[in-house]
Write a protein that binds this ligand. Structure first.
Ligand code: NAD
Length: 318
């Protein structure tokens, strides 16, 4: 019989890719998602439509902060908890929504998972935003210091999971570093840059472009997430990064090369809440999750741009 897991946020960018990979590996998946308005819910429904066609997948549409979860968790062995409200800038505007989707929903889910009895592990999708502008490289046992309501709510949710970790139910918090690749969220920088470049529109750049990010290819993040279900990481936070830092100015140069013309750029002031640099110490991920080499940024961004170009061509011809 197939083992059963739950993926929350299964209609999202990473959650849908994770669900698909779990089905490939022979799991049955209960996907939960509320199709929130954080970006066009149509994109979330498209991803879900592709999943429900596959044997072994069942979708539950509901708000995790409120839905009765006991029935849905029956027989579930692992909960991959990716549902949440991402995005730093919006979190200054609608902090209460972030608190609801990140903290209240996590608390409700963790209590239900403990009560269910069958759940042996919760794998939580935390974020590099919990570090804020901490010294590089960010280490799991080093200081945290969120500089946005988003980062603060992710840290609180992470603590809620890790404090619940113990006999009977184990939890691990994966701190993802800027995940990108095919299917990326429309509000994220790399996708906005690529869409503008493909349209021949100017790219809005917040800050002077000297900021750098440890970009993580989505399939590498998914691999780490699946390994975290069984690896000896109970009760821990683990960084999931791409292994190298790229400056935004270098991203723009590469983008110009990949689309065949240099992008036009419109400068905007630095946005509050955006860390200047992010960089993961990956020792724990290597030692405990056994993560090996990761996708080179050039290859990963080329895949994202090819996916975007293909998606746009399909839409135009539809
Ligand atoms: N993408 C990244 O770079 C990144 C980096 C760090 C952490 N994360 C975390 O990883 C997770 C997945 O990120 P993503 O980029 O795939 O985001 P996403 O927005 O595409 O996916 C999150 C999904 O959760 C759902 N959701 C939100 N609140 C819910 C609720 N209360 N009940 C049920 N469903 C709800 C949304 O509808 C959405 O489909 C998030 O928790 C995010 O904070 C992402």
């Amino acid at each position: 019989m197939r083992s059963l897991c739950m993926v929350t946020g299964a209609a999202g960018f990473i959650g849908s890719r994770l669900s698909s990979r779990l089905l490939d590996e022979g799991w049955s998946v209960v996907g939960v998602d509320a199709f929130t308005d954080s970006y066009d819910p149509e994109e979330k429904r498209e991803r879900t439509a592709a999943l429900v066609r596959r044997p072994g997948y069942r979708h539950v549409a509901g708000d995790l902060a409120e839905a009765p979860l006991a029935g849905e968790l029956e027989g579930v062995e692992v909960v991959f908890h990716l549902a949440g409200r991402p995005g730093v800038r919006e979190s200054f505007r609608i902090e209460d929504r972030y608190r609801h989707d990140n903290v209240v929903a996590t608390d409700h889910l963790v209590r239900a998972a403990r009560a269910a009895g069958s759940v042996r592990r919760v794998v939580y999708a935390s974020s590099s935003s919990v570090y804020g502008d901490a010294p590089l490289p960010f280490r799991e046992d080093g200081p945290t210091g969120p500089i946005s309501p988003y980062g603060q709510t992710k840290l609180e949710a992470e603590r809620c999971c890790l404090e619940a970790s113990g006999a009977g139910l184990e939890a691990v918090a994966l701190r993802y570093f800027t995940v990108y690749g095919p299917g990326q969220r429309p509000d994220m920088g790399l996708r906005r840059f690529a869409e503008a470049a493909l349209d021949g529109r100017p790219i809005e750049l917040f800050g002077d472009g000297s900021q750098s990010r440890d970009f993580t290819y989505v399939d590498d993040a998914v691999e780490a997430t699946i390994r975290a279900a069984t690896a000896p990481v109970a009760g821990m936070a683990v960084n999931v990064g791409g292994g190298s830092r790229v400056r935004l100015l270098d991203v723009l140069d590469l983008l110009g090369e990949l689309v065949g013309r240099p992008p036009q750029v419109v400068r905007r002031p630095f946005a509050p809440g955006d860390a200047r640099h992010t960089g993961a110490d990956l020792a724990r991920a290597r030692d405990l999750l056994g993560l090996g080499s990761t996708t080179a940024f050039r290859d990963g961004y080329a895949s994202e741009i090819a996916w975007l170009a293909g998606r746009r061509a399909t839409r135009r011809s539809a």
